[in-house]
Design a protein around this ligand. Structure first.
Ligand code: AMP
Ligand code: ZN
Length: 519
């Protein structure tokens, strides 16, 4: 197993520890499920973790997850390049490992999640290894050092993720701390005939790795045909990618190496960090669909080129978030930050609610209208939970079965994180005749997976300017029984985003999410 943060990558070759105690002898006629059950009961006095099936981009089918170490799932997720704020598209992708960890823990597994921070070497044009390092572009524009830029946007990312109730990963390795490991991997790739150096730049030779293209479904021929425009003449094959780039004019973020001063390519970072922290066989690797090619294709070629065996068991990729039909992208500038949505009066967790309505693998078109719908639905659930908790364990109606609902919830989440189905069960629970106290208990328990923070006291939103006066005028109109005027003022309040309800104790009001034009 590879060691801690700064350990070399030399000791590759993880042993799969035999988890079965030697004195534990199984009956030869038992099924594998029965064996697992016996083992967990015997060893821990526990129910075994429930089986989970995940769609594997590599094999293009759903597969049952068999962790390298039984009951402990290790996962690596591509994190942000910290040169700008993260947008809600990035956050949708970062929700995947969060939802997977929550699901696995709910079903009895232990998890260890690592998410990297790319603070060096992500070129503005990775496909062709051209352009400037994104970190350096921002450092220049903001007149700060790359380290200051990285520290600022890393902190902003952590805060934005927390706003969306994304639980922190166990570790956030930073690429700039793993340069020796990247140099070591690159050296090994040269030794094994997978890479070559020209003028201080090291390229991966894709022709040396026959499986290159398997993840993305690109054949080397197709890749060749797809390369357009100017090709780096030093490459043996136009599809070869950079492992180490000669510094050239660069003065910042440059390290010494056996090939002279330079900096790493983006793809080698993830091979180095993932294997340093999780070993050379781990369970799940996640990212957005745009990471499949070239980033993860390259990672497989690098990691397997060095180890000679499969490193990642399951590749998970999230569908992209679109805005008006186009991919939301930092570089294109067509994005929303979670803070902006909050400033517009939405509950930030309404975005989480919206994301849960779609399968994580499908594309999702974002609009503020859809978000407003999610905001209302989330508010309703919060209100239901308060009511049910107050009502307590009043007798259930006939024919209701909360155990059945729980079973269906578990099988939905275990089926490749079918959260739309889980959300449908929330609606079914709401309409069901299950006793209110039981409903409350079930929903609170499900929220450990959904992460909607349903018990959070709702923040009272500030009244927009002028609204207090209109509310006071309406109170007066009602006292004077001038109902026509009172209705007219209700409409006026609605246009300010305020809902009023008349109760025997007087009018009550609530600031709703402001409906913006669909963007
Ligand atoms: P970046 O900071 O650009 O490297 O992106 C961080 C993560 O966000 C990567 O896993 C990307 O795949 C993912 N990502 C980028 N854009 C989107 C989008 N529009 N929708 C969903 N995920 C995205
Ligand atoms: Zn990565």
């Amino acid at each position: 197993m590879l060691g801690g943060q700064h350990s070399p990558l030399a000791q590759v070759g993880t042993e799969i520890v035999d988890e079965h105690p030697p004195h534990y002898i199984l009956h030869p006629g038992l099924s594998s499920k029965a064996v697992r059950l016996h083992y967990w009961q015997h060893r821990f006095g526990l129910e075994p973790p429930a089986a989970v099936r995940l769609y594997n981009t590599l094999t293009r089918v759903k597969e049952e997850l068999h962790p390298v170490s039984a009951g402990n799932v290790s996962m690596y997720s591509c994190g942000p390049t910290v040169y700008r704020y993260v947008h809600i598209g990035n956050l949708r992708t970062f929700m995947i490992p969060d939802l997977l960890c929550r699901t696995l823990e709910y079903l009895g597994h232990r998890t260890r999640q690592v998410m990297n921070i790319t603070d060096v070497g992500h070129l503005t044009d990775d496909t062709f290894d051209r352009g400037e390092d994104k970190m350096l572009v921002s450092a220049r524009l903001e007149k700060k050092s790359p380290e200051e830029i990285a520290a600022f946007y890393t902190q902003a990312f952590r805060e934005d993720a927390a706003t969306l109730n994304i639980r922190p990963a166990a570790e956030y390795p930073r690429a700039s701390h793993y340069i020796p490991q990247m140099i070591e991997l690159t050296t090994k790739l040269i030794e094994k005939g997978h890479a070559y150096e020209v003028d201080g730049t090291v390229y991966y030779d894709i022709a040396s790795f026959p499986a290159y293209g398997r993840l993305s479904g690109n054949s080397t021929d197709k890749l060749l045909a797809g390369v357009r425009g100017e090709v780096d003449p030093r490459k043996r094959h136009p599809g070869d990618f950079t492992l180490w780039k000669a510094a050239g004019e660069h003065r910042l973020q440059v390290w010494p190496s056996p090939w002279g001063p330079g900096f790493p390519g983006w793809h080698i970072e993830c091979s180095a960090m993932s294997m340093s922290l999780l070993g050379d066989r781990f369970d799940v690797h996640s990212g957005g669909a745009d990471n499949i090619f070239p980033h993860h294709e390259a990672e497989i070629a690098q990691s397997e080129g060095v180890t000679g065996h499969r490193v990642v068991s399951c590749w998970m990729h999230g569908g992209l978030l679109l805005l008006a039909g186009s991919r939301m992208a930092k570089s294109a500038g067509n994005f929303f930050r979670i803070r902006e949505l909050e400033e517009r009066g939405f509950d930030p967790l309404a975005f989480r609610y919206l994301a849960l309505q779609a399968k994580y693998r499908t594309k999702l078109n974002f609009s503020t209208d859809r978000l407003a719908g999610a905001d209302r639905a989330l508010r309703n659930i919060r209100e239901h939970l308060i009511e049910w908790t107050r009502a307590g364990d009043v007798a259930a109606g006939e024919g209701t079965d909360d155990a059945d609902l729980e079973k269906r919830f578990r099988s939905a989440i275990a089926d490749d994180l079918d959260l739309p189905e889980a959300m449908a069960l929330v609606s079914e629970l709401t309409r069901s005749k299950v006793a209110p106290g039981v409903k409350a208990r079930l929903l609170r328990s499900w929220d450990r997976v959904l992460g909607l923070d349903l018990e959070r006291p709702e923040p009272r939103r500030a009244l927009p300017p002028g609204a207090a006066e209109v509310l006071a005028a309406r109170e007066k109109a009602r006292a004077a029984k001038d109902f026509a005027r009172s209705d007219q003022l209700r409409d006026e309040l609605a246009s300010l985003g305020i809902a009023v309800i008349d109760t025997p104790e007087g009018q009550r009001w609530r600031v709703q999410a402001v409906r913006q034009g669909s963007k």
